[in-house]
Design a protein around this ligand. Structure first.
Ligand code: C2E
Ligand code: MG
Ligand code: MG
Length: 744
């Protein structure tokens, strides 16, 4: 799916890139095309103007030549006296002035004036037989600009020049010629000579300036870039003129950017300059370019919109994937995998903030499920999830791992701050209600502060779990920080676990016996078998060192069986030796009470040693009840069927309700030591008294364990307790000591 999306991206990106590049080139192509078109038309305009000017000049010179023909073969005298005639010709041709000059340079003008033109270029050209047009000359009379056209007058056989005929025209006349509108009136022309002096300028109707185009260009620009442009243009023109080129094309800036063609006029050293401003291209191109730009913008926007759409779709797809892979559908929180995936050095590194991985479990959650049902349990977990989520700060992550376990990443400034938050959350959890009943849920927490992330998430999680296990054992502390010592303990637990397993194989677990006494007669009426571990190291270990771990690791069954076998073996031996045998009670763990298998195991061992079941009592602790009342009922019935007696051990410390106790058919109620310890206080006395009565009322024999002194004994005796077990009478004894006690 992601691959597909990426391909979609690339396609759109490539497509829009190609489109944008094409549009850019189209833009450029249109520009170039129009520019070359403009240059072509500039060229055409220049050509036309040249022809126009050349034709006009030719026309004028032809007229003059044909007039000169009329004076062909005249004597000097005749020429001198032609003023009258000149005057009448001029009337029909409308020259400014029409004159004849003799070879000595003296000119006779139609107006009657005479003056010397021997130094004038037109005189020198035409006296040598050439037709000629002069540069701009200032008329001495009225100071206006004129051009003089001159032709030679020949003798009869045209072998000799006998004078020249010349006429002057207003230079303005050229201007009129050049004012042919080109480029919708935006173009214009100059005539300059090879030095750049402006002879006419079509822009300056009638007004002639004494200006030089080259100087104008050199001094007009402002920026250095434009200066360079104009400098290059002037240089190119000068170079072309020197090389006798016919046509020079340049660009320059004079007020605005312009294109110009300098074309040789073939009249004197005159050049026609045809100019058009660049703007004309822009004006023509504008509508086209505009639409191209609009298309470009549209396409770019569409491409962006498409990309944004795809990114969003991509993001959503990723989110969905994340949801499936990383969200716990039950609580709506993330799962542990998400944390594992998300946590890395960069994520944890936050300015001024420390981080910790916190594992949080609900105490006795299994029990809650059993007591209140799965539905309630589920709803409570959801409520806890919600509380944790509400407390979560930016970038923190709360995950639901399984059952009653939550794993969370916290950021904090100080340990106090973290502890305060955890305490607060624990309190809130404690106050959770179900059907308006406060549930008093207790949580135990393990914290692993992130010092470095070298060992990865799993290590952090393991460490936090080790700390959590410590909190679980230590009821006073609701949270524990991980430290190396904890890890060591965990390690030594592992070692212990292995040693117990080995101890089971080697049958290192043996029974000690604590006698039970009749409250009235003080006679031994039974005993309780208590497990002791005769470890390889030669020491004897007590249940507090191995029972809990064996229960949690699932091999307590084996120890129970070993004990039972040891008890049976002893009974058999005592019988053989003729020692008076009293009933022996054995403890069975709740872990052994999941099914009726235990009854058959016991039966089998009993048969193996040919022992009558009347010697055996089974002790079931009160905490086993909560787990499986129904199954226990079955088991107890089976045990009774086999002939065993059954006691309810540790009454008073468990969670069982009196209701459930009354339903199960225990033979003996063993009241816990904690009740005995409370003797002497008003409530203690009352509770114990009441419990003894209750047991009796339910048809049970009542045994009180943990009796340590005379006062307690007297109280129990007074309150009709049946049997007593406690250090006051005897501590648990090893086999030999107990045998001796039985023998006396
Ligand atoms: P329990 O079944 O309630 O056994 C009574 C415990 O109280 C024994 O501790 C006993 O030594 C102790 N005790 C008896 N009288 C007094 C007294 O006057 N003062 C004091 N301070 N303590 C007294 P022990 O032998 O350490 O056993 C502890 C627990 O271990 C037992 O409690 C029982 O729950 C469990 N246990 C012992 N043996 C086995 C076994 O073979 N299988 C199973 N599943 N659990 C066993
Ligand atoms: Mg017991
Ligand atoms: Mg007990």
């Amino acid at each position: 799916m992601i691959k597909k999306i990426n391909r979609g991206y690339s396609l759109i990106i490539v497509f829009s890139a190609v489109l944008i590049i094409s549009l850019y080139y189209l833009d450029k192509y249109i520009n170039d095309k129009l520019e070359s078109q403009l240059i072509t038309s500039l060229n055409d305009v220049s050509n036309q103007n040249i022809k126009l000017i050349q034709n006009e000049i030719e026309n004028k010179l032809s007229i003059l030549s044909s007039l000169a023909n009329d004076f062909k073969g005249y004597t000097e005298e005749e020429l001198k006296n032609s003023v009258e005639r000149l005057n009448s010709i001029n009337e029909s041709f409308n020259f400014r002035e029409l004159s004849i000059a003799l070879p000595n340079g003296i000119a006779y003008i139609n107006t009657g004036k005479i003056f010397d033109v021997s130094k004038r270029d037109y005189f020198q050209e035409s006296i040598n037989g050439n037709r000629y047009v002069s540069d701009r000359i200032i008329d001495q009379e009225d100071k206006s600009d004129v051009n003089v056209y001159s032709v030679p007058i020949f003798n009869d056989d045209s072998s000799e020049v006998i004078g020249i005929l010349f006429a002057s025209y207003d230079t303005e006349y050229f201007i009129k010629l050049l004012q042919v509108s080109s480029f919708e009136g935006n173009g214009y022309s100059y005539i300059i000579n090879s030095k750049g002096d402006i002879i006419t300028d079509s822009n300056k109707s009638g007004k002639i300036y004494q200006e030089n185009l080259f100087d104008l260009l050199a001094n007009s620009s402002e920026t250095s870039e434009d200066k360079r442009l104009n400098y290059d243009a002037v240089a190119a023109v000068k170079k072309g003129i020197n090389n006798n080129d016919n046509k020079i094309y340049v660009e320059y800036k004079y007020n605005e950017y312009k294109k110009a063609i300098f074309e040789f006029l073939d009249v004197n050293d005159w050049w026609l300059v045809t100019v058009v401003p660049n703007e004309i291209i822009s004006n023509r191109i504008y509508p086209i370019i505009n639409s191209v730009h609009i298309i470009t913008i549209f396409v770019t926007f569409s491409a962006f919109a498409a990309i944004i759409y795809i990114i969003n779709r991509d993001k959503k797809a990723k989110e969905n994937l994340t949801k499936v892979a990383y969200i716990d559908s039950f609580t709506g929180l993330y799962n542990k995998n998400y944390l594992k995936e998300k946590l890395n050095y960069r994520y944890l590194k936050r300015k001024d903030l420390k981080s910790a991985l916190v594992v949080l479990n609900v105490r006795n959650f299994k029990l809650i499920n059993e007591l209140y049902g799965l539905e309630t349990g589920d709803s409570l977990i959801k409520k806890i999830a919600l509380l944790l989520k509400e407390d979560k700060k930016e970038k923190e992550i709360v995950a639901h791992n399984n059952a009653d376990e939550f794993v969370a990443l916290y950021f904090y400034k100080s340990k106090e701050e973290l502890e305060k938050r955890l305490k607060n959350i624990s309190d809130k959890i404690k106050n959770i209600t179900y059907n308006e009943n406060k549930m008093f849920l207790e949580v135990y927490i393990g914290i692993c502060e992130v010092i470095d992330f070298k060992n990865g998430f799993e290590k952090l999680y393991n460490y936090a779990s080790i700390a959590k296990n410590t909190s679980k054992r230590n009821r006073d502390n609701s949270f524990t920080y991980y430290n190396k010592q904890l890890a060591k303990n965990e390690l030594s637990e592992k070692k212990l676990e292995n040693e117990i397993k080995e101890g089971i194989l080697n049958k290192e677990f043996k029974a000690w016996f604590q006698p039970k006494y009749d409250c009235n007669t003080k006679e031994i009426v039974g005993c309780e078998a208590l497990a002791r571990w005769y470890k390889k190291d030669g020491k004897v270990y007590f249940p507090n060192e191995f029972i809990e771990i064996s229960e949690s690791r699932g091999f307590i069954k084996e120890i129970d069986k070993l004990l039972f076998e040891d008890v049976c073996m002893n009974i058999k031996e005592w019988k053989r030796r003729g020692i008076k045998v009293v009933p022996v009670s054995i403890n069975v763990s709740r872990a052994y009470l999941n099914n009726t298998e235990i009854v058959y195991d016991l039966r089998e061992i009993l048969n193996k040693y040919s022992i009558s079941p009347e010697y055996i009592q089974i002790e079931i602790t009160e905490s086993s009840l909560v787990k499986n009342e129904e199954m226990l009922n079955k088991i107890i019935n089976e045990m009774h069927r086999c002939g065993f007696q059954v006691s309810l051990d540790d009454f008073g410390v468990g969670y069982s309700s009196l209701n459930s106790i009354s339903k199960l058919k225990f033979d003996t109620l063993k009241i816990d030591k904690s009740f005995v310890d409370a003797i002497g206080t008003i409530s203690g006395n009352y509770i114990l008294k009441y419990s003894i009565e209750l047991g009796k009322n339910l048809g049970m024999e009542v045994l009180v364990e943990g009796v340590e002194n005379e006062e307690q004994y007297q109280f129990l005796k007074k309150n009709n307790c049946n049997t007593i077990q406690g250090y006051y009478f005897s501590k648990p004894l090893d086999k030999n000591s107990f045998e001796k006690l039985l023998e006396t």
